[in-house]
Every structure is written in C-alpha cells, then in structure tokens.
Ligand binder design. Structure first.
Ligand SMILES: [Zn+2]
Length: 161
C-alpha cells in the first residue's frame, strides 16, 4: 500500500499543480501551501505527470463531445432543409442538403472513432506484457532450443505493431 501523498490529498491540489506547472520552485510552493519540501518534490516528480495526462484526456473528450454536439446540430439543420426542399420540389437545394448531410455523417463517424480509440491498450508497450515477456524468456534460458523458439515467436509479436 503506497503512502498517502499530502499534496494529492491537499484541498488546494489544483493550485499547487498549477504553481508547479508554471515553474514555481517546489521549495516556495511547499512554503506557500504549508507542505513539506520532500512531499512537494515527490509529488512533482511522481504524481504531477499523471495528473496532467488525465487533465488533458478529460479536456480532449470534452472538446470532442462539443464538436460532436455541433455536428449533430448541423445534421438536424441539413435534414430539415432537405425535407423542406423536397416538399417544394427544389431539387437543387435538396441536393446541396444531401451532400451537406453526407459530410456531417462522415465527420460524426470520424469523431465517434476518435472517442472509441481511447481505451485501446497497446500490448507492445504495456508494462505487464514487457514484464511477462522478460519472465518467460528468462525462465527458458536453461533450455536453448525452447528459448530460441520462444524469442523468435515473441519477436514476431513485438514487430507486428
Ligand atoms: Zn501527490
């Protein structure tokens, strides 16, 4: 069980992170928020990068959601125009609306794909996989034939991505 981080638990964690990101020395940050220098230092080196990564992901998802919403809005408009144009027999406008709607659909598809790609885990860079691979290869060292065969097979896995 890892030790609790007094900075992560701090009610003003966001302000602390902001100060650290803006380049404030950890000593002065520690002083300002009444924290120990070692805690701020450890937080800065070990936890801050993860926080930043998460914040960026949240921002991107929010941004993508916003875009999705706007494209949906445009799509409703395009279909509405198409319906009205068809009613009055304005084929020119109808065609324009159809092409607009098609473009919106493509965009929606791309945005949806962008959102869906997020949870994909890449086996080649997964720490668990690298550890497992090391264990397997190490265990087979006394058995040269098996070792060679497995390394060759794993090499194929590693280079396929
Ligand atoms: Zn922390």
């Amino acid at each position: 069980m890892p030790r609790r981080c007094t900075v992560c638990d701090h009610p003003e964690r966001h302000s602390i992170d902001e100060a650290l990101v803006s380049g404030a020395p950890y000593r002065s940050v520690a002083k300002r928020f009444g924290l120990s220098e070692s805690a701020v230092y450890r937080h800065k080196t070990e936890h801050l990068p993860t926080h930043l990564l998460k914040a960026r992901e949240v921002e991107e998802v929010a941004h993508a959601d916003d875009l999705l919403e706007q494209v949906r809005h445009l799509q409703t408009h395009a279909l509405d125009i198409l319906e009205r144009a068809e009613k009055v027999g304005d084929l020119r406008t109808a065609l324009t609306a159809i092409s607009q709607a098609r473009g919106n659909l493509e965009l929606l598809g791309k945005l949806a794909g962008q959102l869906d790609e997020r949870p994909v885990v890449n086996l080649n860079v997964s720490t668990e996989w690298l550890e497992l691979r090391t264990v397997i290869v190490g265990a087979l060292e006394p058995h040269p034939a098996a070792h060679t065969a497995v390394v060759k097979a794993l090499g194929g896995v590693g280079s396929s991505g």
